[in-house]
Design a protein around this ligand. Structure first.
Ligand SMILES: C[S@@+](CC[C@H](N)C(=O)[O-])C[C@H]1O[C@@H](n2cnc3c(N)ncnc32)[C@H](O)[C@@H]1O
Length: 172
């Protein structure tokens, strides 16, 4: 999958186009155990799928000839995910004490897709605790590692806002 940035940090990258995406990989042993695909509405929901022909004079759908199947109302998202980055990444001011947070929406989309409620989500580079916060709000268990004691303390403070009585937001 590709994580595309709507508003990448401006940079002069010489004789190259601006860098505006990162890869996201899903590794699994065999088929992923859980896949809850995110969907979007289709444009022509309910209409019959038209026959398609290529002839000597052109190519296209035959308006009066359908193939009997209706276009579904929803379809799976494509594998390019677009997010606003920078100050749009989080509503938690505290998160910006870390220099490289990823967008909460990215985290939410991936956790929803690959896990169910009650599952354990592990982030080996926990940083400001975005994964922990999001997992908690989505009723998943979470676990993290972080090499910097400073950022561990930051993540703990951030998560406490949501796990304690100060809970101020929910994705539900
Ligand atoms: C890009 S940041 C992750 C940010 C996080 N996704 C967030 O939204 O806050 C990467 C983090 O990995 C930590 N890190 C780097 N090497 C590590 C290691 N070997 N073990 C654990 N954490 C590490 C860094 O200190 C940094 O906080």
């Amino acid at each position: 999958m590709i994580y595309a940035k709507n508003n990448p940090i401006p940079s002069d990258c010489g004789k190259r186009y601006r860098q505006c995406f990162e890869y996201m990989f899903c590794f699994s042993k065999g088929q992923p155990k859980t896949f809850n695909p995110l969907t979007e509405p289709t444009k022509s929901a309910g209409q019959k799928i038209k026959a398609f022909r290529i002839t000597e004079v052109g190519r296209g759908n035959l308006p009066d000839e359908d193939i009997g199947r209706e276009i579904k109302t929803q379809r799976k998202l494509g594998n390019i995910f677009y997010y606003n980055v920078g100050t749009s990444s989080s509503r938690d001011r505290i998160a910006f004490e870390h220099p490289a947070i990823f967008p909460e929406q990215l985290c939410e989309d991936q956790i929803r897709t690959w896990t169910n409620e009650g599952d354990l989500v592990y982030d080996c580079f926990m940083g400001s605790g975005t994964t922990a916060k999001t997992a908690h709000l989505l009723d998943r268990e979470w676990l993290g590692s972080e090499i910097s004691a400073e950022y561990v303390a930051l993540a703990e403070r951030r998560v406490a806002i949501y796990q304690g009585e100060l809970k101020v937001a929910s994705f539900k």
